[in-house]
Design a protein around this ligand. Structure first.
Ligand code: NAD
Length: 487
């Protein structure tokens, strides 16, 4: 067992269906590993397709009374959930660090970010308003009301096990939808802890259901086929997102998709280089690079490329790598050995293609899936590492000669989630921000996430937005009522 005790010792490890904690129908379990030591830290139920169907039944049974619950009351439950999460911030952060490998500092940041979605959507719950208008032809009034979409299946990844769950549960509940959450099998404990806290916050039975499972494909397919299901909200890879969109098409489900990214980080020669390096560290190294909005390609104007790269390499070399759960470490392990091996293969191929290793360059020997913070210089423009999601602490630097070239390289990808632009000329920075294919752009800053802002991508990075007022609208549908009240 791990050297760290599991926080929240009374945490239930079953499926949470209709307000009950129960075992999987066939008794299956998932072992949860600490990626810093590869040791088992807990085991949880591994739901079957039948359990998925039971969870949709429970969400469906609770749907009409939850939709009829006054928005203020729904908001107050979310507000209490926010407060409980903040009260248990340390335990939740330790749980995230243990099962996901995230550094304590990043894990604490994630808990706050995650809880803030509940505070934000507690406030948004009362803002799902419609409108009334005169028909242009004068024959009637057009009444538009917003109604909850209905039972929603939420599927989330391991890299932000708390925030990706609350970013969906918050708006769904605020809008009056009931949900079934299927968290990633590498990080099921955080989802269970959130459901446990929401139960204490007074969430009625069946409104939030959680099915942890190792059998992701079969259980999600079963839930998407259930006739009561009305929506899929998915965060994960573009590859899996594409499969689920096809399945969701069968019953014409409403879909919100938050998929993969390949963020360019563009640095012009007129940028404040110190600030650019600082922003690069945040955009690249938050969560050890395991983030969908992580800077994946550094595009630097020729005149400053060498200086930027060497300053970045110096900062990367100084990072403290070690188990996330030990305070003081800044870079934890990758989620598992396969992820670590994939990153190593990308770096090796890049070096073979002509890139230079300025710092790091490989996985660490010994226990745990640790990868050295790495900067690659002189990366050829056609290097495959630039077209893949690295999802690790590796920063490849490519040079460009003109604004047009920077934009062309930035847009040469099927992805379009985030982008970053550093320039001392605000007009240019904003012009480039408008020209890059991305749903979100950081101008002279490396940290962009905010529960009050619409988060999402264009192109193959997704459909829809989470957070902001837009996040609430994803769980509402407009109904038009034609009225004639003049005689
Ligand atoms: P993933 O696509 O492998 O898994 C995501 C979820 O889908 C997990 O719960 C997984 O169990 C489930 N899943 C996997 N295969 C499935 C299948 N065949 N049918 C049904 N469900 C299935 O992604 P991941 O490795 O957990 O997360 C990393 C990916 O998520 C990266 O591509 C990253 O960019 C993306 N991501 C995107 C955002 C965003 O907001 N756009 C945020 C975080 C992560």
């Amino acid at each position: 067992m791990s050297t760290h005790a599991l926080p929240l010792p009374d945490l239930p490890t079953g499926l949470y269906i209709g307000g009950q904690w129960r075992d999987a129908s066939d008794g299956a379990r998932i072992e949860v590993l600490d990626p810093a030591t590869d040791e088992v830290i807990a085991d949880v139920a591994s739901g079957s397709p039948d359990d998925g169907l039971a969870a949709v039944d429970a969400a469906s049974a609770a749907a009409s009374s939850w939709a009829a619950t006054p928005p203020r009351e729904r908001g107050e439950i979310l507000r209490r959930s926010y407060e409980l999460m903040m009260e248990h911030r340390d335990e939740l952060a330790q749980l995230i660090a243990l099962e996901g490998g995230k550094s304590r500092r990043d894990a604490e940041g994630e808990v706050t970010y995650a809880a803030e979605f509940y505070r934000w959507f507690a406030e948004e719950a009362v803002r799902g308003t419609g409108h009334v208008q005169h028909a242009p032809g004068g024959d009637k009034r057009i009444l538009t009301v917003l109604q909850p979409v209905g039972v929603s299946i939420l599927v989330t990844p391991w890299n932000f096990p708390a925030a990706m769950a609350t970013r969906k549960i918050g708006p769904a509940l605020a809008a009056g939808c009931t949900v079934v959450l299927k968290p990633a099998s590498d990080t099921p404990l955080t989802a269970l802890a959130i459901a446990h806290l929401m139960e204490r916050a007074g969430t009625p039975s069946g409104v939030v259901n959680v099915v942890t499972s190792r059998r992701s494909g079969p259980i999600v397919s079963a839930m998407l086929e259930h006739p009561a299901t009305r929506k899929l909200s998915f965060t994960g890879s573009t590859e899996v997102g594409r499969i689920l969109l096809k399945q969701a098409a069968e019953n014409v489900l409403n879909c919100s998709m938050e998929l993969g990214g390949n963020a360019p980080f563009i640095v012009f020669a007129d940028a404040d280089l110190e600030a650019a390096v600082e922003g690069a560290m945040i955009a690249k190294m938050r969560n050890a690079g395991e983030s969908c909005i992580a800077a994946n390609r550094f595009l630097v104007e020729e005149a400053v490329a060498e200086e930027f790269s060497s300053r970045l390499a110096e900062r990367m070399a100084a990072l403290k790598v070690g188990p996330g759960a030990d305070p003081g470490n800044e870079v934890g392990p990758m989620i598992n050995a396969t992820a670590c091996a994939d990153i190593a293969a990308m770096v090796d191929a890049s070096v073979l293609a002509g890139a230079t290793v300025l710092v790091g360059g490989g996985a660490r020997e010994g226990a745990g899936s640790f990868f050295e913070p790495t900067v690659l210089g002189s990366v050829p423009a056609d290097d495959p590492i630039l077209s893949q999601e690295i999802f690790g602490p590796v920063a490849p630097v490519v040079t460009f000669a003109s604004e047009d070239e920077a934009v062309a390289i930035a847009n040469d990808t099927p992805y379009g989630l985030a982008a970053y632009v550093y320039s001392g000329d605000l007009a240019r920075a904003l012009r480039v921000a408008e020209r890059v294919d991305a749903g979100m752009v950081g101008v002279n800053r490396g940290f962009i996430s905010d529960p009050a802002a619409p988060f999402g991508g264009v192109k193959q990075s997704g459909l829809g937005r989470e957070g902001g007022h837009e996040g609430l609208l994803e769980f509402l549908e407009a109904k038009y009522i034609a009225v004639d009240w003049e005689s």
